[in-house]
Design a protein around this ligand. Structure first.
Ligand code: PLP
Length: 365
C-alpha cells in the first residue's frame, strides 16, 4: 500500500463536475479581473469567518504584506513574529522594510508563547503577528490583551487555519486583520495562487482594496501608490465550490487526526498537544522525535510519504543572515527543525490509509 503525503488531484476529482462548471461560467462571462465572482466569494468567505469584510488577493504573502502596509507599518518599525513558522511570515515584515523580531514557541503547542512577547518588545514595536501553525489556533486572548495594553496591532497569519476555532469561535476576526492563503495545498485551496484578508475594520478593508488595485477605486484615478494583487475570478469561482465542503473536509481531517492521536499515543512519539480551547483545522499533523531522519526513511521504505515543516527555521536561512540571529538564542525553533515530521493527512485520505499509517508506525517503534 502506497500512501502519498497529500494527493491534490483527489480533491479536484471529488468535485470535478462542479469545479468544471464554475470555471466555464467565468470563461463564458467575459469578466476576467475582479468582478462578480470575486465579490461573491468575498461575501461568502467573510460570512464563513464571522468577519465584517473579506478582500480577495493574489496570494497569502501579499495578504500579510498588504495588511502591514494598510496599518502603516514600514521602515524602522518592529513586528513580533514566531521563531517557528514558515518563512513567508517573516518575509512580509521584511518586504515593508520593518524588522521581524522572533519569539519562541510554547513547547507543547509549537505556537508563539504569549508569555515571552513583552520581553521582546521595544519602543519600535508596532504589531504582533501570531501564526496559527499547522492549523492549531495560537493563544489569542493573551496576545490581544498585550496588544491592547501597548497599543499594538494584531495581524494573524491564518494561512494554515481555515475553519480552526479558538474558544468556540472561528479564526477570522479576532485580531485587526487576518491573512489567508488559498495555495493549492492549504485546507481551502485554489487551483493556483490565491489569498485574502478578513477583518471587522472597514478602514483596513477599504485600504487593502485600494492597495490591491493600483491604489485605484475608479479606473485611472489613483489615490495611493498601490500594487497589483487581485484574486483571479477563476480561482474565486473554484473557491466558492470548495467552500461548500470546507466544514465536511475539516471533519474528515479531524477524524484522521483523532485516529493518529489515539493510535500513536504509546509509541514514544511526541504527539500534537491540543489545549481544551482549541479546535484545530489539522492542516498538518506534526509529531516530534529525536530520530526523525531515520523514521522518515523507514516510513518511505514502507510506502508512507512524509514531509518536514520546516527543515530550516527562518533565522537560520541564508536570506536572514543579515539579522545575525544566533541559533542558540532561539533553541526551541532550532531543535524543532531537526525533530518534527508531518504525517499524511487530508480530506480525501481514507480511514483505511490512516489506519495503515498507524499500523506501520506501531511496527517501526
Ligand atoms: C502558505 C503560507 C503562507 C504564504 O501563502 P502563499 O499563498 O503561498 O503566499 C504564509 N504563511 C504561512 C504560515 C503559510 O503556511
Amino acid at each position: 500500500m502506497k500512501i502519498p503525503f497529500l494527493d491534490l488531484g483527489a480533491a479536484y476529482r471529488e468535485l470535478k463536475p462542479n469545479i468544471d462548471d464554475a470555471i466555464r461560467r467565468v470563461l463564458d462571462s467575459g469578466w476576467y479581473i475582479l468582478g462578480p465572482e470575486v465579490e461573491a466569494f468575498e461575501e461568502e468567505w467573510a460570512a464563513f469567518c464571522g468577519a465584517g469584510h473579506a478582500v480577495g488577493l493574489a496570494n497569502g504573502l501579499d495578504a500579510l504584506t498588504l495588511a502591514l502596509r494598510a496599518l502603516g507599518i514600514g521602515a524602522d518599525d518592529e513586528v513580533i513574529v514566531p521563531s517557528n513558522t514558515y518563512i513567508a511570515t517573516w518575509l512580509a515584515v521584511s518586504a515593508v522594510g520593518a524588522r521581524p523580531v522572533p519569539v519562541e514557541p510554547d513547547p507543547t503547542t509549537h505556537n508563539i508563547d504569549p508569555d515571552l512577547i513583552e520581553a521582546a518588545m521595544t519602543a519600535k514595536t508596532r504589531a504582533i503577528l501570531p501564526v496559527h501553525l499547522y492549523g492549531q489556533p495560537a493563544d489569542l486572548d493573551p496576545i490581544l490583551s498585550i496588544a491592547r495594553k501597548h497599543k499594538l496591532a494584531v495581524i494573524e497569519d491564518a494561512a494554515q487555519a481555515h475553519c480552526a476555532e479558538y474558544k468556540g469561535k472561528r479564526v477570522g476576526a479576532h485580531g485587526d486583520v487576518v491573512c489567508w492563503s488559498f495555495y493549492p495545498g492549504k485546507n481551502l485551496g485554489a487551483l493556483g495562487d490565491g489569498g485574502a484578508i478578513t477583518t471587522n475594520r472597514a478602514d483596513i478593508a477599504d485600504r487593502i482594496r485600494l492597495l490591491r488595485n493600483y491604489g485605484s477605486r475608479e479606473k485611472y484615478v489613483n489615490e495611493i501608490q498601490g500594487t497589483n494583487s487581485r484574486l483571479d475570478p477563476i480561482q474565486a469561482a473554484v473557491l466558492r465550490v470548495k467552500l461548500n465542503y470546507l466544514e465536511d473536509w475539516t471533519d474528515r481531517r479531524r477524524t484522521i487526526a483523532g485516529m493518529y492521536q489515539e493510535g500513536l499515543a504509546d509509541t514514544g512519539l511526541i504527539l500534537p498537544h491540543v489545549p481544551n480551547w482549541a479546535a484545530p483545522a489539522w492542516h498538518l499533523y506534526v509529531v516530534r522525535t529525536q530520530d526523525r531522519d531515520v523514521l522518515q526513511t523507514e516510513l518511505a521504505t514502507s510506502g508512507v510519504g512524509t514531509l518536514i515543516h520546516y527543515p530550516i527555521p527562518p533565522h537560520m536561512q541564508k536570506a536572514y543572515e543579515g539579522l545575525s540571529i544566533d541559533a542558540d538564542t532561539l533553541p526551541l525553533a532550532s531543535t524543532l527543525a531537526t525533530e518534527v515530521i508531518s504525517l499524511p493527512i487530508g480530506p480525501q485520505m481514507s480511514q483505511q490509509s490512516a489506519g495503515h499509517v498507524v499500523g506501520t508506525l506501531r511496527n517501526l517503534r
